[in-house]
Write a protein that binds this ligand. Structure first.
Ligand SMILES: NC(=O)c1ccc[n+]([C@@H]2O[C@H](COP(=O)([O-])OP(=O)(O)OC[C@H]3O[C@@H](n4cnc5c(N)ncnc54)[C@H](OP(=O)(O)O)[C@@H]3O)[C@@H](O)[C@H]2O)c1
Length: 345
């Protein structure tokens, strides 16, 4: 909630910063973007603010208008700072352009144009109605919705390929054992990443070898949101622990694109591919990986299963490369988070 000190603030950048902070309160998983909105009166005071809390809940603009009403504040003549261009379509909720119009908002400043063809065009609708609509780019708003923006642009979920390996690139020993390559801090981190994903995909052989639960357990407890567990491959894995989850899905295919089509249809926008080598290699070979999360343990095996197999690359110039990387120490282990350059083909 805004404090007394918000009144009279004149720095033009602060409301969008505040809207981005509000947007971050929304869930990272689910089919919708994270959006925040701040309504600022002509005197510079905040009269309402809100954020989108996931599919089926009010959009940020509507939440901010409701917030103003709950304070008894007028929204007439305000400027709405919104992290995403207001939608102009009726989905589960009505168009935000209509809500802003009805609230008497005088102008709208948005940080990211809506790339979703179904919802786009809000700025033009507002302009036609005499409401000023200005695009003010904000990198924080883009970063917050990086996965969603990729999913909309490519019409498939954002894909994170995740694995834990020794420094010599092994994900399992010669006998197939892979518990526990990395330490507590790395595993804890991976559980947080799972809790923000819509689905986790593994190959049948990983289910047979490891019998994983694939649940998100940050802090050792089941997260409120659990990603959909998905097994790809032709064999049946009846009796494995993953099937204790009645929602878990078996997709009998070797085609990564088919898996992504099924998951996109089921509203998944962030998918983690957790191995093993066969499945990770298939997604990389098809150019269907947006981000690598590689947890590297200071251990050597010298033999065993190599993380990634043949990608059909013969020369250095064709190597799959990251365009951005973050490196984090997690206890004795290292996480390399690589954002891959879009695939050329
Ligand atoms: N360290 C880690 O992070 C980590 C993570 C996961 C697994 N692992 C380890 O990795 C090992 C399993 O790896 P893996 O490579 O043998 O198995 P995998 O990738 O888990 O599964 C391979 C199987 O999946 C099916 N499959 C589905 N799509 C495929 C595709 N496009 N290409 C190839 N196979 C496809 C095939 O079985 P069907 O005949 O059923 O179609 C194939 O035999 C285990 O030892 C496990 O412990 C380690």
């Amino acid at each position: 909630m805004p404090s007394e000190t918000d009144a009279g603030v004149t720095d033009p950048g602060w409301p969008m910063e505040r809207a981005v902070g509000l947007a971050a309160k929304g869930p990272a998983h689910g089919p919708n973007p994270r959006v925040g909105a701040v309504l600022v009166a002509p005197d510079g005071s905040v009269v309402g603010e809100g954020w989108h809390d996931g599919a089926g809940t009010p959009h940020a603009e509507v939440a901010a208008i409701a917030n103003a009403a709950s304070r008894g504040a007028s929204t007439v003549g305000t400027t709405a700072f919104v992290t995403l261009e207001p939608c102009a379509h009726s989905g589960r909720t009505g168009p935000c352009t209509d809500a802003l119009t009805a609230a008497g908002v005088a102008q709208v400043v948005y940080a990211v144009p809506d790339p979703n063809p179904v919802a786009a065009g809000g700025a033009s609708v507002l302009t036609e109605r005499g409401i000023g609509a200005r695009w003010e780019p904000h990198s924080g708003a883009v970063a917050l919705n990086e996965r969603w923006l990729v999913a909309v642009a490519r019409q498939r979920p954002y894909v994170i390929a995740k694995w834990a390996q020794t420094v010599d690139g092994r994900i399992a020993a010669r006998d197939g054992s892979s518990f526990w390559i990395t330490g507590e801090a790395a595993r804890e981190h991976a559980h947080h990443v799972r809790a923000e994903a819509d689905a986790i995909v593994v190959g049948t052989q990983t289910v047979i070898a490891d019998d994983p639960l694939l649940s998100a357990r940050p802090g050792g407890a089941d997260a409120a949101h659990q990603p959909l567990r998905v097994v790809m491959g032709l064999r049946e894995t009846n009796g494995a622990r993953i099937w204790r989850d009645k929602n878990a899905v078996h997709i009998a295919t070797h085609e990564p694109a088919t898996v992504l089509d099924v998951l996109h249809e089921r509203q998944a926008r962030t998918v983690i591919v957790e191995g093993g080598a066969g499945v990770l290699t298939a997604f990389l070979r098809e150019g269907l990986v947006d981000e690598l999360n590689v947890y590297i343990a200071p251990a050597l095996l010298g033999a065993g299963i190599t993380a990634i197999g043949d990608l059909g690359i013969a020369t250095m110039g064709d190597a799959l490369r990251a365009e951005r990387v973050e490196v984090t120490s997690l206890g004795m282990d290292t996480l390399v988070r690589a954002h891959m350059a879009p695939h050329a083909s």
